[in-house]
Write a protein that binds this ligand. Structure first.
Ligand code: FES
Length: 509
């Protein structure tokens, strides 16, 4: 294979759009709604609420749309893997139907906004397919089809798909879509600005002072006094005793944009088995390509071998489609909740002016839009038929979630201890450019990275969130926390929360 992976991780969505930039917040302000996190949830909520006349402020710790929204496969679908049979078993037919309807309405909402605003974002209606090539999963596909029939989901069970390779069984959900998410959201940002939304970048929220009028406190100690706060920051930085760290885990996945000899013009695809393979067509610089994603794993738990995940996707692309080249590669991080339903609503039962939206389990385009619609209705004090299903205060169903919950926390405990007893003592002198290692200095575990100029950067590897030990990610050159998914640059700056403080820099003599 002559096709190499690009050296740098860069999302095609970001490379193909000019986004506006915004100043940092430098003063105390008072607004009706303070929204933290300028991804699809935050921007859609800002758009909806500002249209209702609310005075809205939207802040982001970095740049707008630089989180998961800018690193998605951008499938707009209610087909979220094999989920409906499982949801019927765990939550009942009525709730499984609600999950479908909420996501279907979100899909239709996006189409309506695209049509009304004439947004050129390559919105394309497509059927979505789950396929399997594993005998073991044929039964699961058949059960999922029965669930589709019970829930009146339009689709088909099939023995073939438009893919250029055979499958054992597949299920189709009709009339789904994909688009260029940043073109879509760029227009919503324009609309927000026309509606008077104040937008600030490089403005990290570190806590909330909870009062009748809550205040968002920023890293620079400025206050945003609000009637309502929405945490749309991927992971809630303010927990309010909602115990989010024990109710979610962070998962990373990988995407390549591939030019291939064989291609598929229509449809969007995902396999039923693991490792996950997600496929959708995309046009890049007037050329038909494929976005191929998957190979996900819990954040910080890939033993430093992140590039291997891209390589696996590359091999898959070559085997199935005859790979020509790979112009882009990037990765994304998602939160997964213990019962697979997002948490959308009041941060805790008793704090009705602080909201959270998280846990989209990689299906962020519709789940985020649904979240924004629910939060809009809660703030407007309007009934929303889906609010209870997604409420963070819901009862978590015992099977299989609780088993997972136990394993989450065993895992966290393991990572809290691991590293503290890590006796690895790598030789810093032997590090090559762009390599990192951990070592023990004066009894303290230190992460050391040598950059392209042979400069050494050392940090204390204790995560500033709850004290787990971060691990090196060689695909993104970052320190990633295995417990709740905080990520840091090699200099210790925060890439992803929940941590709100950087890793401590260490001077090596
Ligand atoms: Fe929670 Fe690191 S993200 S301990």
């Amino acid at each position: 294979m002559t096709n190499n992976l690009p050296n740098q991780s860069k999302s095609y969505w970001h490379d193909s759009v000019d986004l506006p930039h915004f100043p940092k917040l430098e003063e105390k302000i008072t607004v009706d709604v303070g929204i933290v996190g300028a991804g699809i949830t935050g921007i859609t909520a800002a758009y909806l609420l500002s249209k209702q006349g609310f005075n809205v402020c939207l802040i982001d710790a970095g740049y707008i749309l630089n989180g998961t929204t800018g690193h998605t496969t951008a499938k707009i679908t209610a087909q979220h893997g094999l989920i409906y049979d499982e949801f019927i078993n765990h939550f009942g037919v009525e709730n499984a139907a609600k999950y479908y309807m909420a996501n279907d309405e979100a899909r239709n909402f996006i189409e309506k906004i695209v049509t009304e605003n004439n947004i050129d974002c390559h919105f394309t209606t497509e059927d979505a397919y789950i396929y399997t090539n594993s005998e073991q999963y044929v039964k699961n596909i058949e059960n999922e089809w029965k669930a589709y029939e019970k829930l009146n989901i339009k689709g088909e069970i099939l023995d073939t798909t438009p893919l250029p390779f055979a499958v054992k069984k597949a299920i189709k959900m009709e009339n789904q879509a994909h688009f260029h998410p940043l073109e879509y959201l760029n227009t919503l940002i324009d609309e927000c600005q026309e509606n008077g939304v104040q937008i600030f970048e490089n403005t990290r929220a570190v806590s909330i002072e909870y009062n009748k009028q809550p205040a968002i406190i920023t890293e620079d100690d400025h206050r945003i006094i609000c009637r309502y706060v929405i945490q749309a920051s991927h992971y809630p930085f303010y927990d309010g005793t909602g115990f989010y760290p024990i109710k979610m885990y962070a998962d990373r996945s990988y995407i390549i944009a591939a030019k291939t000899k064989k291609t598929v013009e229509n449809g969007m695809y995902i396999n039923a088995e693991t490792p996950t393979r997600s496929i959708r067509p995309v046009t890049i610089n007037n050329e038909k390509m494929l976005l191929i994603g998957g190979d996900n794993h819990k954040t910080g738990q890939s033993h430093g071998q992140m590039m291997a995940h891209y390589d696996t996707l590359r091999k898959f692309a070559d085997e199935k489609f005859q790979l020509l080249n790979i112009p882009y590669r990037w990765s994304a991080q998602d939160q997964v909740t213990v019962d697979k339903l997002p948490y959308v609503g009041y941060v805790t039962k008793n704090q009705h002016n602080v909201f959270v939206a998280t846990g989209y389990r990689k299906w962020g385009m519709t789940n985020s839009t649904n979240a924004a619609l629910i939060l809009h209705d809660l703030i407007m004090e309007k009934d929303n038929q889906y609010a209870d299903l997604f409420s963070p205060a819901r009862d978590i169903k015992v099977d299989p979630s609780i088993r997972k919950l136990i394993s989450f926390n065993t895992d966290v405990a393991k990572h809290l201890i691991k590293g503290k007893v890590d006796s690895s003592n790598a030789d810093i002198e032997e590090l090559k450019q762009n390599e990192a290692c951990t070592t023990i200095i004066n009894g303290q575990r230190i992460g050391v990275y040598k950059d392209e100029d042979e400069q050494i950067h050392a940090v204390d590897t204790t995560c500033t969130h709850l004290g787990c030990e971060v691990e090196w990610n060689n695909a993104e050159n970052s320190w990633d926390c295995p417990c709740h998914g905080s990520r840091f640059t090699y200099t210790g700056d925060i890439l992803n929360g929940p941590a709100v403080k950087p890793l401590k820099k260490v001077t090596i003599k």
